[in-house]
Design a protein around this ligand. Structure first.
Ligand code: PEP
Length: 250
């Protein structure tokens, strides 16, 4: 049985003050959130505050990116070991904004995935097609290529140590959500691709949906058999909305 995970990706939003309020809102409403596991991925500079506020609660935390390198002359970068210093559990790798705006290739994303997993973090590997790719009907090809880059260097065992987030790029921050059927189709494809390598790992790995998920559309998405949670952008900045997504977990 896969435990539903609802993770908030705050992106580059917030201040010490607003994050304090958001975390207090999540903590105080936790009883309404049902059985889902909840986590927040914050900007690096707020990790100390997040750790201090969430230690002792059931809410996990992590970062939105990390370096593929372990240490050294990489100005501005943050290593996996540094995230562990702040008791991070999760780290997102290959978010489409990193791929598109910062030129992260499949190979670099795979190295980041490996760096995270080797250090003991749980990488959340983001994959997904652009609108153009969906219209050209190459969604599965694109997602397969993104997964293969990780499978190549990590093997299927490595895949078992992480979480996958299917995030159609055209649905991120646009208000357009993939229909539950569209999402389920890709999630089933991802699981079948892992099952080609190892059926047990495929059955265990959590595959989250991300792309304009909110309280109103979460029940139908989370009811699908291969959707094991959500990676939530905009809606994770509102405690009540974020908790209502978690509460929709079956
Ligand atoms: C995301 O950034 O991962 C995301 C899914 O954003 P949004 O929920 O705002 O579409």
């Amino acid at each position: 049985m896969r435990h539903t995970l609802v993770a908030g990706n705050w992106k580059m939003n917030g201040s010490s003050e607003s994050i304090g309020e958001l975390l207090e809102g999540i903590k105080s409403g936790l009883a309404t959130a049902g059985k889902a596991e909840i986590a927040v991925l914050c900007p690096f500079v707020y990790l100390a505050q997040v750790k201090q506020t969430l230690t002792g609660t059931s809410i996990g935390w992590g970062a939105q990116n990390l370096s593929e390198h372990s240490a050294g002359a990489f100005t501005g970068e943050v290593a996996a070991s540094m995230l562990l210093d702040f008791d991070c559990k999760y780290v997102a790798v290959g978010h489409s904004e990193r791929r598109t705006l910062y030129g992260e290739t499949d190979a670099v994303v795979a190295q980041k995935y490996q760096a995270a997993r080797k250090a003991g973090l749980i990488p959340i590997l983001c994959v997904g097609e652009t609108l153009d790719e969906r219209e050209r009907e190459v969604t599965e090809e694109v997602v397969a290529r993104q997964l293969d880059a990780v499978l190549e260097i990590e093997g299927v065992q490595g895949m078992g140590g992480g979480v996958i987030a299917y995030e159609p790029v055209w649905a991120i921050g646009t208000g357009k959500t993939a229909s539950p059927e569209q999402a389920q189709q890709v999630h089933a494809f991802i699981r079948s691709k892992i099952a080609e390598n190892d059926a047990t790992i495929a059955d265990q790995v959590r595959i989250l949906y991300g792309g304009s998920m909110k309280g109103a559309n979460a029940p139908d998405l989370l009811a699908k058999p291969d959707i094991d949670g959500g990676l939530i952008g905009g809606a994770s900045l509102d405690a009540a909305e974020f908790l209502s997504i978690a509460a929709a977990a079956p």
